[in-house]
Design a protein around this ligand. Structure first.
Ligand code: AQP
Length: 325
């Protein structure tokens, strides 16, 4: 059985981009593969954050993942910092990673712009820690959003370089994209992202979801209510693609291209469908939030399972490196 690995930063609550780009795939893959999912808290250190918020962020993301359907009976869910082999393997992999390769990473370039006051070495080395996360479990499939594909190409190169220099340990890993791999921000710019403040988090109250969607950018050609638009250039229509049925999508496409409906009609329908889709998640989230011991136990049990695999891989790696024991 193939191994699937993926991670998410506990840098706040899960947003629609995370869900549509990656997490719904995490849930779907659980029946077919050995799935390992990780809250990558060491990755989150690369951004400026308030120490007193970190633990709440971990809770929020853990609860969100479980409420969305990550099932601890079928998958391993754990916190990265509870398995120190991640950073250990990262150090080893640093030695087969080209400086120039890291300089070319789009995420590093983007983040260097948006957090210019904190361009740290961790941010630069982020893709190597990500490669270590994946390779530690010899994962072959990595469900991610489009923004992570470049990092996975690098992870493959790093694995090859390791195998070439020290002997074969790691398999090739491949990205697994959902049908909505890139959700744009509500401002219509770049990608939906917490740090850009253009996201909707799943746990937001109904009023806030409706308000944010009502203000979401649409096809720029639709300036007036009477202007026809192109749904394929509209992020709101991309969201309908997942949350609405064929009839609704047909109604939107027809109404938008002929200016038969306004953006308000289209967005109201979308908000209804998003909220209806998230109904079961709201219920499960409330139950989990009231049972913190259970969530803590799940993360501890997950870390123990992950660590057993991670230790074996690191023993193998140290053997290949010729380190003294
Ligand atoms: N807009 C998106 N569209 C599709 N997929 C996305 N992902 C993130 N944004 C989008 C995917 O979600 C998974 C977790 O990503 P992450 O750990 O980078 O999550 P994040 O830190 O919460 O993402 P943000 O909001 O983009 O964080 P910041 O602003 O802190 O950088 C990944 O598989 C990712 O591809």
């Amino acid at each position: 059985m193939k191994t699937v690995f993926s991670g998410i930063q506990p840098s706040g609550e899960v947003h629609l981009g995370n869900y549509l780009g990656a997490i719904r795939n995490w849930v779907a893959l659980q029946d077919q593969y050995r799935c390992i999912y990780c809250l990558v808290d060491y990755h989150a250190l690369t951004q400026t954050y308030d120490v007193k918020d970190m633990s709440a962020r971990v809770w929020d993301v853990a609860i969100d993942l479980l409420a969305l359907g990550v099932d601890p009976e079928r998958s391993t869910l754990f916190l990265q910092s509870m398995v120190p082999e991640h950073t250990e393997l990262c150090w080893v992999l640093n030695n087969v990673t080209g400086f120039g390769d890291l300089e070319r990473m789009t995420q590093f370039k983007d983040k260097s712009g948006t957090q210019a006051d904190n361009i740290n070495v961790g941010l630069f080395d982020y893709p190597v820690l990500q490669a270590a996360d994946i390779l530690l479990y010899k994962a072959e499939l990595v469900p991610v959003g489009q923004d992570q594909v470049q990092h996975l190409e690098l992870a493959r190169r790093i694995a090859r370089s390791f195998n070439h220099r020290w002997g074969r340990v790691f398999p090739e890993c491949n990205p697994l994209l959902s049908s909505t791999p890139k959700i744009l921000g509500l401002d219509g710019q770049a990608k939906m992202s917490k740090s850009l403040g253009n996201s909707i988090t799943l746990s937001e109250p109904e009023k806030s979801v409706r308000k944010k969607l009502a203000r979401a950018a649409t096809d720029p050609a639709r300036v007036e209510r009477t202007d026809p638009g192109d749904p394929d250039k509209c992020n709101v229509f991309t969201l309908h693609g997942f949350f609405s049925d064929d009839d609704t999508r047909g109604w939107v496409r027809q109404g938008c291209t002929t200016a038969g409906i306004g953006c308000v009609d289209c967005k109201t329908k979308l908000a209804d469908n998003v909220l209806a889709h998230l109904g079961p998640y709201y219920e499960r989230r409330a139950a989990l939030a009231a049972d913190r011991d259970r969530v803590r136990d799940i993360l501890h049990a997950g870390a123990e399972k992950a660590r057993a695999v991670a230790r074996r891989t690191m023993d193998e790696v140290r053997g290949k490196l010729g380190l003294w024991r």
